[in-house]
Design a protein around this ligand. Structure first.
Ligand code: CUA
Length: 228
């Protein structure tokens, strides 16, 4: 999760988020190079007193500064498209989790396992334990196995919500009457926090998401303890 002075992206907990961070850094590098070059040229113009009285056209330079930006854009567009298709790939998920957005909480269903279902509410500040995170912790966490392909199905019961976990690179809108699908692979154990990111009403800020990523045998224990 993000803590003080963490202004960039969170550390990735999935291969897709790792790729997203690589792409972000790549695009930022190109952006910085262009900004520095154009900034330098514009700054230097203030100190230039020379004027070329015979300059009417320059087809070569115009050809260069039209085609060069187009090529630079390709170097951003192609990796971006690669990521876009990679994010949509479903690779034989071993667990499917359904999350339903409500005003203002999430509810979850593990349809593979005897239909375990529960609501997940934010813990109000006055009921928070000393090690809890304000506006971020919930009463019932999602438990998911690490190192497994996980599919999530997202929908909503009232208005549009958005199921968003920054560390996993997941952001899917939950829309009433529709069922959206995405998948991820958590590559380390831990707690991963997220929040709703569609402006869904008065308590939009107060419907966080918490994933407890555990080894597979712990997950099986958790599933069987819920079945009995
Ligand atoms: Cu639900 Cu914002």
């Amino acid at each position: 999760m993000s803590t003080w002075a963490n202004l960039g992206l969170q550390d990735s907990a999935s291969p897709l988020m790792e790729q997203l961070i690589f792409f972000h850094d790549h695009a930022l590098l190109i952006l910085v190079m262009i900004t520095v070059l154009v900034g330098y040229l514009m700054f230097m113009l203030f100190f230039n007193n020379y004027v070329n009285r015979f300059l009417l056209h320059g087809q070569l330079i115009e050809m260069i500064w039209t085609i060069l930006p187009a090529i630079i854009l390709l170097f951003i567009a192609l990796p971006s498209l690669r990521l876009l298709y990679l994010l949509d790939e479903i690779n034989e998920p071993s667990v499917t989790l359904k999350s339903i957005g409500h005003q203002w909480y999430w509810s979850y269903e593990y349809s593979d396992f005897n239909n375990i279902e529960f609501d997940s509410y934010m813990i109000p500040t006055n009921e928070l334990s000393t090690d809890g995170f304000r506006l971020l912790d919930v009463d019932n966490r999602i438990v998911l196995p690490m190192n497994s392909q996980i599919r999530i199905l997202v929908t909503a019961a009232d208005v549009i919500h958005s199921w968003t976990i920054p560390a996993l690179g997941v952001k899917v809108d939950g829309t009433p009457g529709r069922l959206n699908q995405t998948n991820f692979f958590i590559n380390r154990p831990g707690l991963f926090y997220g929040q709703c990111s569609e402006i869904c009403g008065a308590n939009h800020s107060f419907m966080p998401i918490v994933i407890e990523s555990v080894p597979v045998n712990y997950f099986i224990k958790w599933i069987s303890s819920n079945n009995s």
